[in-house]
Design a protein around this ligand. Structure first.
Ligand SMILES: [Fe+2]
Length: 344
C-alpha cells in the first residue's frame, strides 16, 4: 500500500515567506496547506487532519499562535507542532512548548531545517505510537539477552551460543510447521537452555581444560533440571521449562537427566537438543577443537535413531547443506566479538 506524504499546515501572516517555505517543504516530501491567519488555521484544524502544524507565534502584534497551538492540542493531539518565532518572543515559544508544542525555530526559518525537524518529530511520534504493540516482544528480547549474558558470564566460551541456538531452533522449528506460540517458547528455551549452569555448586567445571571426572560430569548433568526449576513456575513458562529439561535427552534413551526416549520428549525439546549439539561441535572450547563441517555431518548421520530422531536428522542435514558453512563460522565470530581469547 502506498503511503501518503505527511501533511503540514503552515501558518504565517507573511505571505511571501510561507509561499516560499511551503514550496521547500513540498520538495522535502510534504503536502502543504498554507494559511495566513490564526483564526483561519483554527477553522481548518476543526475540519481537516494534519500530521504537523507549523505556525508563527505573533500575528499583527498579538500572540495568536498560542490559539493555534491550543486548538491543535484539543482537536489533533497527535499532530506535531513547530513554532516559528522572532528573537524577542523566544520566552513565549518556550512557554508554548510547555503547552505541548513539539519544538520551535527562530526566524528566519530555513525550510530545509524545518523539513528535517518535522520529519524527525514524525518519526519519533510513530515510534512512540508503536511502542505499546512492540513492548512485549522487545522486553522478551531484552530479558533473553540478559539471561544469555548471565550464562555466558559463568562460561565465557559459550559467547553467542544461546542466540545462535535460538536462531537455528527457529529455522528448524519452522521446517516442522510449529505454530507461532510454540516457536516463541522454543526460542525462549533455546536462549535459556543452559540457565541451570549458574546454579551448579562449582562453576569451575565449566571452564576446566580437559575432560571432566565422572563426579564433575554428574554435577554438570544437573543443569537441565536446575534451569527448568529455577526459571520459575509461571504458566507461560511451563512449556519453556519442559524443553529446557529435555535438551540433553536422547532419542534412544541414553541421555539425561531422565533417560527419556522416542516421543517421550517433545518435538521442540528434540529440536533444541539437535541444534545445541551442533553449536557445541562448531565451537572451540577449552577442551576441544572446532569440528569441520564434513565430520559434523557424518556425526549427525551416525546418530540417526541413536541420539536423534530420524526425521529430525533428515531435515537438519538439509539445512546444513544450505547454512552449514556459515553456521560453522558463527561461533568464532561471536567469540571474537565478545573478546574471548581461546587458549590452545
Ligand atoms: Fe546444556
Amino acid at each position: 500500500m502506498k503511503t501518503l506524504p505527511p501533511s503540514v499546515l503552515l501558518v504565517d501572516d507573511e505571505r511571501s515567506t510561507i509561499v516560499l517555505m511551503g514550496a521547500v517543504l513540498e520538495t522535502q516530501g510534504f503536502t502543504v496547506t498554507l494559511c495566513h491567519t490564526a483564526h483561519e488555521a483554527c477553522c481548518l484544524l476543526d475540519s481537516l487532519e494534519f500530521d504537523a502544524v507549523v505556525t508563527d507565534v505573533i500575528f499583527d502584534g498579538s500572540s495568536e499562535g498560542e490559539n493555534v497551538l491550543a486548538r491543535c492540542r484539543e482537536q489533533q493531539p497527535g499532530a506535531v507542532v513547530v513554532l516559528m518565532t522572532g528573537f524577542p518572543e523566544v520566552d513565549a515559544a518556550v512557554a508554548a512548548m510547555k503547552c505541548g508544542a513539539t519544538d520551535y525555530l527562530r526566524k528566519p526559518v530555513d525550510g530545509i531545517v524545518l523539513a528535517a525537524m518535522v520529519h524527525r518529530a514524525l518519526r519519533e511520534r510513530k515510534l512512540s505510537a508503536s511502542r505499546g504493540k512492540l513492548a512485549f516482544a522487545e522486553m522478551v528480547d531484552i530479558i533473553s539477552g540478559m539471561v544469555a549474558n548471565t550464562i555466558e558470564r559463568v562460561d565465557p566460551y559459550t559467547a553467542g551460543h544461546g542466540e545462535r541456538t535460538r536462531r537455528y531452533s527457529r529455522i528448524l522449528g519452522q521446517k516442522f510447521n510449529l505454530e507461532q506460540a510454540t516457536l516463541e517458547r522454543l526460542e525462549l528455551a533455546a536462549i535459556a537452555h543452559d540457565y541451570g549452569k549458574i546454579y551448579l555448586d562449582d562453576l569451575g567445571f565449566l571452564t576446566k581444560k580437559g575432560p571432566l571426572t565422572p563426579e564433575e560430569y554428574r554435577e554438570v548433568q544437573r543443569h537441565p533440571e536446575l534451569g527448568a526449576r529455577m526459571l520459575g513456575d509461571h504458566p507461560h513458562l511451563e512449556k519453556v521449562c519442559q524443553y529446557i529439561a529435555e535438551h540433553h535427552e536422547k532419542w534412544d534413551g541414553t541421555g539425561y537427566p531422565k533417560q527419556l526416549h522416542d516421543e517421550e520428549t517433545s518435538l521442540p525439546g528434540r529440536i533444541l537438543g539437535v541444534v545445541e549439539v551442533f553449536d557445541s561441535l562448531s565451537t572451540k572450547r577449552s577442551y576441544k577443537d572446532v569440528w569441520e563441517l564434513p565430520k559434523t555431518v557424518r556425526f549427525f548421520e551416525s546418530q540417526r535413531n541413536l541420539a536423534f530422531a530420524p526425521e529430525l536428522i533428515d531435515v537438519f542435514l538439509e539445512l546444513l547443506e544450505v547454512h552449514g558453512e556459515e553456521w560453522m563460522q558463527a561461533p568464532a565470530r561471536d567469540l571474537e566479538a565478545a573478546g574471548v581469547e581461546m587458549e590452545n
